[in-house]
Design a protein around this ligand. Structure first.
Ligand SMILES: Cc1ncc(C[n+]2csc(CCOP(=O)(O)OP(=O)(O)O)c2C)c(N)n1
Length: 488
């Protein structure tokens, strides 16, 4: 099987060309990992077996290829058993004692073995395009049309341009704050492309591309960043906290997962044919909320896609200081959630994985976890300088060789769907649109101060009325200290 390697945080992860979500059904015969002492797939009844050897005993001489083809080749192989053709003898394995436990029957073992805490063999990473944008497998079966592919690419470029210009406008002091999505353009756009507009999006904050894909205009983005009166949050939020009811995009609040699971649960109760997707970073998985949400979703069989953008860093904390596990994907297994690790810089891999996850979650009314390996190629936000805690070489490598936009461009160019002229036309018209939208947004009046006090209570409580009266009095008294374009 062809495979390639993704270097991340000094460890290698093997890239896998097969789209497989780990099953969490303990009765499934394709399970490699469920009962650690037992591999049901590996024992053809006709094959007499006396000895079952651990993976580490047999690797690499025998049995290796068989294990390798499976989607999951994680640390648990060290405590599981492998079949190999030239170690078969004529004695049947001893019958297992079975513990009839309330959570399900468990076979007993006489081996005193603790599971390993080190992931020497890491979970494979699903990938379709290689670093040069060439397919690693037959992708005609994907049925990605020229129209869809070009739309995905142009949206990625638009996002890139928005990031560049909005970031600069913060540097010029025109807006107070910004966070780029640099390096994660494919995650944003390809995941959005695989969803349906009826699916609800619960973003973290680095997913504006999902909203862009759904039709939020550059003017709407600009209005939010400048906090003018046309901004849907009425200027109550920091820049980048976008939200749009008509696009089923819940307002950014840096919240991780439980509210998304609750919404997905209600979709299930209402028997809707749609799902919820919730995005978060590797750092977000260190919150208790992530774990509560995963467990609730698994137990209540909730149609939610947990999409972890594992971009290597949570502000200045690298992933190896975030968790000791093999990333995030293995946590899905712990909670009984079907899971997959994918290359987050390969738009086609992301599209396939989200498309399939959506089918699974709606059809089976069950959660799915996707861990997309990528890299935060920009600073955390405009409040950060990432060169203080990571090398410029590391950043440059991900901006260059691993750039998801470049990789996808190589693919569409090789299909004859894109060329230099189309590229330069799209870039120059998008730059103009963003620049113009900023100029317009900047000139629009701010929302009135009164908007800070309305929309929550039908009848505002006394303390809010008092606060509103106090602020009006203060602003009137010190008019020169407050912006004149903000009505009271
Ligand atoms: C409970 C909580 N703790 C801390 C923060 C402050 N904070 C905001 S973003 C962030 C880093 C999150 O990193 P990650 O989830 O990996 O996402 P990324 O920024 O890398 O996309 C932190 C610590 C927060 N918002 N909430």
């Amino acid at each position: 099987m062809a495979s390639s390697c993704l270097t991340k945080s000094k460890n290698f992860i093997i890239c896998n060309l097969k789209l497989k979500f780990f099953s969490t059904d303990p009765t499934s015969s394709c399970l490699l990992f469920h009962h650690r002492h037992l591999r049901t797939i590996s024992y053809p009844q006709s094959l007499p077996v006396r000895k079952r050897a651990s993976y580490s005993e047999v690797h690499p001489a025998i049995g290796f290829h068989r294990c390798f083809e499976l989607a999951y080749v994680g640390r648990r192989l060290h405590s599981t058993t492998c079949v190999f053709n030239d170690v078969h003898q004529s004695v049947e394995p001893p019958a297992h004692q079975v513990l009839d436990f309330p959570g399900g029957k468990v076979k007993c073992t006489q081996k005193l073995i603790f599971t390993s805490n080190s992931a020497e063999e890491r979970v494979h990473c699903y990938r379709v395009l290689d670093d040069n944008g060439q397919p690693l497998t037959d992708i005609d079966s994907l049925k990605i049309s020229k129209e869809l592919a070009v739309k995905m690419y142009t949206n990625m470029v638009t996002l890139e341009i928005m990031d560049t210009i909005f970031y600069e406008s913060q540097r010029q002091g025109r807006i107070s704050f910004y966070a780029t999505t640099t390096g994660e353009e494919a995650i944003n756009i390809a995941s959005a492309a695989a969803l349906n507009i009826n699916d609800f999006v619960f973003p973290q904050y680095r997913e504006p591309g999902v909203l862009l894909w759904r039709g939020f205009t550059i003017q709407e983005f600009s209005n939010q960043l400048f906090g003018n009166k046309y901004e849907y949050g009425k200027g109550r939020q920091m820049p980048i906290h976008y939200g749009s009811r008509k696009h089923n995009y819940i307002t950014v609040a840096s919240t991780v997962a439980p509210h998304a699971v609750g919404a997905a649960y209600s979709l299930k109760m209402e028997k809707q044919d749609s799902c919820v997707i919730t995005y978060f970073g590797d750092g977000g998985t260190s919150t208790g909320d992530f774990h509560a949400a995963m467990n609730f979703a698994a137990v209540m069989k909730v149609p939610v896609i947990f999409f972890c953008r594992n971009n290597g860093w949570a502000i200045s904390t690298p992933v190896h200081e975030q968790f000791r596990s093999d990333g995030v994907v293995v946590k899905g297994e712990a909670y009984g959630v079907r899971s997959i690790r994918i290359d987050g810089n390969d738009a086609l891999a992301i599209y396939n994985a989200v498309y399939e996850a959506r089918q699974i979650t709606i059809r089976e009314k069950t959660p799915v976890l996707i861990e997309a390996l990528t890299y935060r190629a920009g600073h955390h936000t405009t409040s950060d300088d990432s060169t203080r805690y990571r090398s410029i070489n590391e950043i440059e490598r991900w901006r260059g060789d691993q750039n998801p936009v470049k990789r996808f461009r190589l693919w569409i160019e090789s299909k004859g769907w894109w060329n230099d002229v189309a590229e330069s036309d799209h870039r120059s018209s998008t730059r103009k649109q963003v620049a113009q939208a900023i100029q317009v947004a900047e000139r629009i009046q701010k929302p009135p101060v009164a908007d800070m006090f309305n929309d929550v209570y039908d009848v505002p409580p006394r303390n809010l009325n008092e606060q509103q009266a106090f602020i009006q009095k203060t602003v009137k008294k010190h008019r020169q200290d407050y912006p004149l374009d903000v009505p009271l």
